[in-house]
Design a protein around this ligand. Structure first.
Ligand SMILES: Cc1cc2nc3c(=O)[nH]c(=O)nc-3n(C[C@H](O)[C@H](O)[C@H](O)COP(=O)(O)OP(=O)(O)OC[C@H]3O[C@@H](n4cnc5c(N)ncnc54)[C@H](O)[C@@H]3O)c2cc1C
Length: 425
């Protein structure tokens, strides 16, 4: 049998399987912390969350954060964490199973200061921030004293193509002046949100990918205001996803992140590694959904049999188990490649898992919802809310189609150039 494709004798020897002793111990500690502090406080957290509106900071969170910090479970997500900074430095591969565990409950990551969008923002402030930015914003974020928002998407342009972003950032002496409108700046309504990472255009005449820059804006800067807040499938999430209007907002020039014109490159960095955490958490949420489904199907009786005895239910359980395992392996592979060959080389795997993980989670949740009948779409389980979250991930993290363009380009380039074909580094 002949193949049209370039063949290679190499085999994929690089699959990540082994966790370090440090990460095994850390995972065990996180599981114990979940058992001691997260699961027992879940009801209280949700009651306070419901009562708290947009502010989204149930008082019980402060207690959970203190307990996590005391156990050394803090800022586990930054592979290049500075030696003096609070937290424990782990590789992406080491962090993956921990993040999966935290993904079982929506608020668990925040208790360990590992919640989005702060994780991605902290990573870029760490990499590209001036000394003053690090002191004024990164330090309190690392301490868990404040929160942040990422302000890139605009209502008036197709923002899945970041080169369209049109908010103006103009230099004026020692300052930059911002004018424009964003929306879906998640979390910007929180009173604890003190800083916005904003993307805009510094030079509309530069080559397409060098027109953009990123800059840090204090949430209380003069000229920053909030417009309307869109709902998400009718849900009014804590922190919101509001419009943010920038009207002649002035910030010191040193608040620019990296170089002028470097915004597009930073956005690639931010939307890459930081965002694979969603994929890790998706595996955990899917595990929890399957667990609930199995429990339900064991307990519930219809037409004289337990649901678990019906063939179609068994098919659904099997499909879910297979899909979770597949997605987990790709998460680990992407994480391992980020650690070993770098984020740029891992971009195909990052793109693939960003499509696969949310779609897998949607499938698993959908089957679990079906098995729960009416209860599945009610507020009585985490399933309905989690489905909404998973569905938004197919857009919020860059639409599936955009990731697929990158994947297809990579595949076709390899075919046309005769490069190593079948596995990705
Ligand atoms: C819950 C939620 C939270 C969010 N949080 C944030 C945040 O914190 N900060 C922030 O800046 N943004 C955030 N976003 C916005 C999100 O990043 C954007 O919605 C996303 O990048 C798509 O941009 P757009 O909405 O302008 O869609 P558009 O760019 O208008 O795209 C619309 C659709 O067109 C299709 N499409 C686009 N390009 C192609 C193509 N090449 N081929 C085929 N089809 C294509 C896709 O299906 C896409 O969904 C969030 C969104 C949601 C839903």
């Amino acid at each position: 049998m002949s193949s049209d494709f370039p063949v290679t004798d190499e085999v994929a020897t690089d699959m990540p399987c082994e966790q370090t002793e440090q990460s095994k111990k850390m995972l065990a500690d996180v599981r114990q912390f979940m058992a001691d502090h997260i699961w027992p406080n879940a009801d209280e957290y949700h009651e306070q969350y419901e009562a708290g509106g947009h502010d989204g900071y149930p008082p019980v969170m402060e207690k959970m954060k203190a307990a996590a910090r005391e156990r050394g479970l803090w800022n586990l997500f930054i592979p290049n964490l500075d030696p003096g900074a609070p937290g424990t430095k782990l590789t992406n591969l080491e962090y993956a199973p921990i993040s999966e565990e935290l993904g079982k409950l929506s608020f668990a990551s925040e208790a360990l200061n590992c919640a989005a969008p702060d994780t991605g923002n902290m990573e870029i402030l760490n990499l590209y921030g001036s000394e003053n930015v690090k002191r004024d914003f990164l330090a309190p974020l690392l301490e868990g004293e404040i929160r942040s928002a990422f302000s890139m998407t605009e209502p008036d342009v197709a923002s899945s193509d970041a080169t369209n972003i049109s908010l103006r950032i103009e230099r004026d002496g020692d300052e930059y002046v911002l004018n424009g409108k964003k929306w879906f700046s998640s979390g910007a309504l929180r009173s604890r949100c003190k800083v916005l990472v904003v993307m805009g255009k510094t030079n509309p005449n530069a080559p397409r990918h060098l027109q953009q820059s990123m800059i840090v804006v204090p949430r209380d800067a003069k000229g920053v205001s909030i417009g309307r807040t869109p709902h998400v499938f009718g849900y009014d999430h804590a922190g919101g996803h509001p419009e943010v209007i920038y009207d002649n907002v002035r910030v010191p020039a040193e608040y620019l992140l990296g170089e002028e014109g470097g915004g597009f490159a930073i956005s690639q960095a931010r939307l890459g590694p930081g965002r694979i955490h969603h994929c890790m958490r998706s595996i955990g949420a899917a595990e929890y959904a399957l667990e609930l489904m199995v429990k339900r199907c064991h307990e519930r009786v219809a037409f004289g049999r337990r649901l678990e005895e019906f063939g179609s239910i068994r098919q659904d359980i099997a499909k879910s188990r297979m899909e979770i395992e597949q997605a987990r392996l790709l998460v680990l592979k992407a994480a391992h490649m980020m650690d070993t060959v770098g984020n740029k080389e891992a971009r195909r795997e990052i793109a693939m898992i960003k499509v696969i993980a949310p779609n897998m989670l949607l499938n698993v949740l959908d089957r679990a919802i079906q098995a729960h009948g009416g209860a599945g779409v009610s507020q009585d389980t985490f399933l309905a809310g989690a489905w909404v979250g998973a569905r938004t991930l197919r857009i919020a993290d860059g639409p599936d189609e955009v990731h697929k363009i990158l994947i297809a380009k990579n595949v076709l380039r390899r075919y046309h150039s005769g490069e190593k074909w079948d596995f990705g580094n």
